[in-house]
Write a protein that binds this ligand. Structure first.
Ligand SMILES: C[S@@+](CC[C@H](N)C(=O)[O-])C[C@H]1O[C@@H](n2cnc3c(N)ncnc32)[C@H](O)[C@@H]1O
Length: 481
């Protein structure tokens, strides 16, 4: 029988207010302000175009020119990728050292838990390939074979991890020292105190499993994380949205009380105007219920569709119960309704750009490979056994999912004029969108949500996951022919 979430009923009016599209002028003001904070000012968001919001050029762009560098609202690294890439939990820059990156990877590989594939996607991605928009292209991924690996000793792995073994020339690829989470969870590390503080204030203080956590039940939190890791790590991102909104609510409330000279006290009453303000950045994202927008896989019969969708709804409900046990806040109760949870996850499915950061370990081995022959031989005497232990697994990128407020306003075209592309110096989790054709002032900036080289019908099938059929010039041509 279908589970009913009591909060859906109890807070129906508040939920409906949260899910209402913001008025055009408010949305326009929000995006104008956001663009003013970004380094790229040559674009404009129009909030009431043919397909809802869209991004338009406000300046000419040449082919190859950067159109947008967008700071994520929230993002998370795939859980399995955490074993391969040690990155900052806030900006997703690689941290530690080349040796630590390699040592950790070999350690987890030894335990048999590494994802062992540069193109690896975890269970959450495997079950639904619709969650990438404009794959942040880092070139071809090479296939991995675990068979060819020749392990190095545990001592070597340990000395890589503890810094006793220093690889030749690795100083040319120095990385920021890891800054551990101050809450004591031991799970999150950062590239700086700045990033640690930002994440703590943004959402991590509620989601930290360490002793300084603000969660009401750390055990429940661990269970929630475990459930997400076992099922779909998009739940972690949804939890971050709820935690971020709760934190914003608390801060706004405190600021408002300060203004009138009162002291904050916990009440069980929802202040809807404060909640709407706290929710504002999320309110701007295009949303649908997760279980309704998931693509029906080819092997699921149309007559089983209702059951298929119900399974996802139940899974979300299960996850939400665990999250509620860990961070429920009566003043923000509507955020813990299944309707809101489903819409947040749906927003990720429809808007997310893959979070991809290139690995400095790959750069290091490429550098060694490019050395002149005689020094290379000497260096390779040290690096070859390590490379053989990693086999094809060394160029693993940091991979995850993130929501980018401006990039997520970009509409699709099968003949796009821009794409997500990480350039040589783009070494963190920000989205970079570059022009792939010249773009004129006033022209819409479009990206492709899918592989635009696929045949017409296949493209339409994939785009059905986003709820539309494409009518771009390429589709119109191919439809006729
Ligand atoms: C990532 S959002 C893009 C921004 C969106 N237009 C909005 O108003 O927020 C993706 C959604 O935009 C709409 N969309 C994007 N490209 C489209 C297109 N070429 N034709 C029709 N709808 C499109 C679809 O509803 C899609 O699910």
């Amino acid at each position: 029988m279908e589970s009913i979430c009591p909060l859906d009923v109890q807070f129906a009016p508040e939920i409906s207010a949260l899910l209402q599209s913001p008025p055009s002028h408010k949305a326009q003001e929000y995006f104008d302000n956001l663009i003013a904070t970004r380094p790229c000012q040559g674009i404009k968001v129009k909030v009431d175009g043919d397909h809802g919001k869209g991004v338009y050029a406000d300046a000419e762009f040449k082919e190859g020119e950067l159109v947008l560098k967008d700071q994520m609202l929230l993002g998370s690294q795939h859980s399995t990728n955490k074993m391969d890439c040690f990155v900052c939990g806030s900006c997703f820059r690689f941290i530690g050292s080349i040796e630590l990156q390699i040592g950790r990877k070999l350690y987890f590989q030894g335990l048999g838990v590494s994802s062992s594939n540069p193109c690896h996607s975890d269970s959450s991605d495997a079950e639904d390939d619709s969650c990438f928009i404009g794959d942040a292209n880092l070139g071809e991924c090479s296939a991995s074979s675990s068979n060819g690996k020749i392990p190095v000793s545990e001592e070597v792995v340990e000395s890589l991890m503890n810094g006793q073994l220093v690889l030749p020339h690795s100083d040319k690829f120095s990385l920021p020292l890891p800054f551990p989470c101050s809450g004591g969870c031991g799970e999150e590390n950062y590239c700086s105190k700045y990033c640690a503080d930002i994440d703590w204030q943004n959402c991590h203080s509620l989601l930290c499993t360490g002793e300084k956590s603000k969660s009401s039940c750390r055990r429940a939190l661990s269970k929630f994380v475990e459930h997400a890791n076992d099922t779909n790590d998009i739940f972690i991102l949804a939890a971050k949205v709820i935690a971020m909104t709760s934190m914003r609510y608390k801060n706004l409330k405190e600021a408002r009380l300060k203004e009138v000279g009162s002291v904050a006290s916990n009440t069980a009453t929802v202040d809807l105007s404060l909640l709407l303000e706290a929710w504002k950045p999320v309110s701007m994202g295009y949303k649908r219920r997760w279980w309704e927008c998931i693509a029906l896989p080819e092997d699921v019969d149309k007559c089983d569709e209702v059951d298929f969708r119900l399974q996802f709804k139940e899974l979300a409900f299960e996850s939400l119960q665990l999250l509620k046990a860990a961070i429920f806040d009566a003043e923000c109760a509507p955020l813990f309704s299944l309707e809101i949870y489903g819409q947040i996850i749906g927003m990720f499915e429809l808007n997310n750009l893959d979070l991809v950061v290139a690995s400095p370990v790959e750069d290091y081995f490429l550098y060694v490979d490019d050395l002149p022959q005689s020094p290379r031989k000497e260096v390779e005497a040290v690096t070859r056994p390590i490379l053989e232990a990693l086999d094809d697994d060394y160029p693993i990128y940091c991979q995850g999912t993130a929501f980018f407020p401006l990039q997520s306003c970009m509409n699709h075209s099968c003949c796009p004029n821009a794409k997500a592309f990480k350039r040589e110096n783009d070494r963190d989790g920000q989205a970079t969108i570059v022009a792939i054709t010249p773009i004129r002032i006033g022209e819409q900036v479009t990206i492709s949500y899918i592989d635009e080289e696929l045949p017409y019908e296949e493209r339409q099938k994939l785009l059905a996951d986003y709820g539309f059929r494409c009518k771009c010039s390429k589709c119109m041509d191919e439809k006729v022919n």
